[in-house]
Ligand binder design. Structure first.
Ligand code: FO1
Length: 342
């Protein structure tokens, strides 16, 4: 092949396709890091985030999608940096009015700017658009540098079992936010999963990825919920790219949120190695090939080798985009080493 000038052309390097399975706040921070890492590398790349929808709910007649919004706001840079969720510079005047009328939910705060998102989303859904198209239209307002895909367009609700009776389950947000996880979780259920399937583009984003990463999100109610949608676990298991996960546990504590309560409820060990073994090695009917643990968990590397998982110990800090980008770079380097080895 020759260039228009007559000389030989360099073969164009195809864009690197990176797909991240993500929950809310931790997933958003990791996605920002991955975007920064890809920009630093100078290689053309396409980043896709498949986002948990198990926390979604109707509130005040509006469809609220906490994890999609956390990732969208995080990538847009308009998120509340202290809370992780919701918008920066937020006010709560509308919620106060709703409560004054006795119709608001006093346990789940919807800020005024955030309400704009829920109103727009709900209007588009009522017009008949699917959640994937709606998410694309909402995202197009910002330059996210990533495509957000809801894991499913079906209603698949994460419910927390708090007793043995048929009605002894709570919506995840009720358990977590309303009751502050005070009731011990006996298990987690996915209401509606039987009739659900992956959202548009999700299976393609997994099958066509050059790098597939499980973000350091909650392994049970975020990543686990995504994987519980019929067809998704099999899609990850049969992906042609390496599958690398990042530990959400540092030492014996989750980086964020409620991973410890959720792991305990399903009988999994609350440790970096425990989460990796919960996912399991792809060579042994599991899901992952590689796993990043924090340097303080370096002892897990040898243990995981025995479980068929190639682990590396690197600093797992996401306190700045630069550090999160270093983590993403380590995930890509681990995947590359597995590709070479494989
Ligand atoms: N978390 C809270 O702890 N309290 C809240 O009032 C709250 C409101 C809220 C509103 C919109 C949204 O997108 C997220 C919100 N979150 C709130 C975060 C959310 O409960 C969870 O952190 C995620 O669902 C878990 O990923």
């Amino acid at each position: 092949m020759t260039s228009p000038a007559g000389g030989p052309t360099a073969e164009a390097t195809p864009p690197l396709r990176v797909t991240v399975l993500s929950g809310g706040v931790g997933g958003a921070r990791f996605a920002r890091g991955m975007r920064r890492h890809l920009a630093r590398s100078g290689r053309e790349a396409a980043l896709t985030c498949i986002v948990n929808t198990g926390d979604d709910m109707w509130l005040n007649g509006l469809r609220v999608c906490p994890d999609l919004d956390s990732v969208m706001y995080g990538l847009a840079g308009v998120h509340d940096r202290d809370r992780g969720w919701g918008r920066a510079d937020e006010t709560e005047r509308v919620s106060a009015e709703l409560l004054a009328y006795g119709v608001g939910a006093d346990w789940f705060t919807l800020g005024d700017l955030d309400l704009g998102t829920h109103i727009a989303r709900s209007q588009m859904l009522r017009e008949g658009l699917g959640l994937t198209e709606v998410t694309s239209r909402l995202s197009s307002r910002w330059d996210l540098g990533a495509t957000l895909l809801p894991a499913t367009e079906h209603s698949v609700e994460t419910r927390v079992r708090v007793g043995d009776g048929p009605d002894d389950t709570l919506h995840f947000e009720e358990w977590w936010v309303r009751h502050r996880a005070a009731m011990p979780a006996l298990g987690f259920e996915q209401a509606g999963a039987d009739a659900a399937g992956p959202g548009p583009g999700v299976l393609e984003a997994i099958a066509e990825a050059d790098l597939l990463v499980l973000a350091p999100s909650n392994p049970i109610v975020s990543i686990g919920t995504i994987l519980g949608i019929p067809g998704l676990r099999e899609a990850v298991r049969s992906a042609s790219s390496p599958v690398v996960g990042v530990s959400p546990i540092l030492g014996d504590a989750p980086v964020l949120g409620m991973a410890a309560q959720c792991l305990t409820a399903v009988g999994a060990e609350v440790s970096a190695a425990g989460v990796a073994e919960h996912y399991g090695a792809r060579t042994r009917d599991g899901l992952i090939d590689g796993w990043l643990v924090d340097t303080k968990d370096a002892a897990a590397v040898d243990r995981l080798a025995g479980s068929g998982i190639a682990a590396r110990a690197v600093p797992l800090l996401m306190s700045s985009d630069e550090l999160a980008a270093d983590m993403a770079a380590a995930a890509q380097a681990l995947a590359s080493s597995l590709r070479v080895a494989g």
